[in-house]
Design a protein around this ligand. Structure first.
Ligand code: HEC
Length: 87
């Protein structure tokens, strides 16, 4: 009985560590992790803010990225991309 508890506890710790290690913690990491799931990262530095929103909406609603990018994550990525845009 005790063995089962110890093994279960260990599994939970290992899964927690895996989750922790795989969670993107900065907007840049989030963008790189989510937007490279299907294709190479595109160079978006010359896109207008409005275009960025449209591209990410298209990815989520037409190209199926909604399953890997949540609404909140999409907003975070858009804010990040607006920030790195060259003037
Ligand atoms: C679920 C898969 C998937 C994910 C995740 C994804 N894309 Fe795409 N993306 C596609 C597909 C499919 C195309 C269309 C094929 C093509 O145009 O090469 C595409 C094309 C593009 C293009 C070229 C089209 C254009 O209008 O110039 C850009 C830029 C782009 N994606 C940016 C992104 C960004 C930014 C993210 C993260 C927010 C992202 N993608 C996440 C599937 C995805």
């Amino acid at each position: 009985m005790r063995v089962v508890l110890v093994v279960t506890g260990l599994l939970i710790v290992i899964m927690g560590a895996w989750w922790w290690a795989n969670t993107p913690r900065t907007p840049k990491a989030l963008y790189e992790a989510r937007c490279s799931a299907c294709h190479a990262l595109a160079d978006l530095s010359r896109r207008q803010s409005g275009e960025l929103v449209a591209i990410i909406e298209t990815m989520r609603h037409r190209n199926g990225a909604a399953s890997v990018i949540s609404e909140t994550e999409a907003e975070e990525i858009i804010e990040y991309l607006k920030g790195v845009k060259s003037p």
